[in-house]
Design a protein around this ligand. Structure first.
Ligand code: CTP
Ligand code: CA
Length: 227
């Protein structure tokens, strides 16, 4: 699906998008992270700005050029992303959490580089704050929150459960083991999962087209909410 003409149908909307995989320091030279490339989040920011939205991108992705016209805030850790997103949330109409946020971080980052003295090294990890769940709890009636879910198992069941638990308006679920979907791919195959249980599968599309489909769904939800 190619959009030749982009109508400014998101004009007046303040949109926050998160992107990339957070990095959790282990010592001064190492971190724990994940395979997220940031492509989906950047595509969402690009699509929204083209449609006239006022876009802030909170990103942990590196080496990626920000789309023109987007306000960019760079973060590193889940904690920093949490702080930044919660601070910006009250001013937003829509938030899309495409970032792959670390679920665990080293309980303590070593002040000095960890030396290879031991044959077996055990790391102690602690949970990070769940940003999406916090947004779901604080959400006001005029705000739309979109979550993402990367799954390797029963996609629909897990996604339905996440959508309900986190009180999101829409959950974009993708099976990261499928060819043409997920990390670092230029395309994605997603299912739009609504908290009521409805599931809309999309075909394999480039990530910018997936982004436009997500914004279409968001606008539809907001229109329905006003009726
Ligand atoms: N997320 C978040 N904060 C976290 C972890 C995840 O905001 N600390 C968000 C992600 O940005 C994504 C959604 O939650 O939009 C789902 O992420 P996912 O990893 O699929 O689900 P989790 O809730 O972390 O559950 P699990 O990893 O156990 O499947
Ligand atoms: Ca997770």
């Amino acid at each position: 699906i190619v959009r030749l003409l982009t109508t400014p149908d998101m004009k007046g909307l303040k949109v926050l998008v998160t992107a990339g995989g957070t990095r959790e320091p282990l010592d001064p030279v190492r971190y724990l992270s994940n395979r997220s490339s940031g492509k989906m989040g950047y595509a969402l920011a690009r699509a929204a700005v083209r449609r006239g939205a006022q876009v802030t991108l909170v990103t942990a992705a590196r080496g990626r050029e920000a789309p023109a016209g987007v306000r960019v805030v760079c973060v590193e850790t889940a904690q920093e992303m949490h702080r930044t997103v919660m601070e910006l949330f009250p001013q937003q109409d829509v938030v899309a959490k495409a970032a792959a946020v670390a679920d665990y971080r080293p309980r303590e980052a070593a002040a000095e580089k960890i030396k290879k003295h031991q044959a077996l090294l055990v790391l102690e990890l602690e949970r990070t704050p769940d940003i999406l769940a916090a947004l779901g709890r604080q959400k006001q009636p005029h705000q739309t929150v979109v979550g993402f879910a990367a799954e390797t198992g029963d996609l629909e069941a897990n996604a339905r459960q996440k959508a309900a638990q986190k009180n999101v308006d829409l959950l974009v679920a993708n099976d990261v083991t499928m060819p043409g979907a997920g990390f670092d791919s230029d395309t994605n195959i997603v299912k739009l999962v609504y908290p009521g249980g409805a599931v809309v599968p999309l075909p394999c599309l480039d990530k910018l087209s997936v982004a436009h489909q997500i914004w279409d769904a968001v606008l539809q939800l907001r229109r329905a909410g006003r009726e």
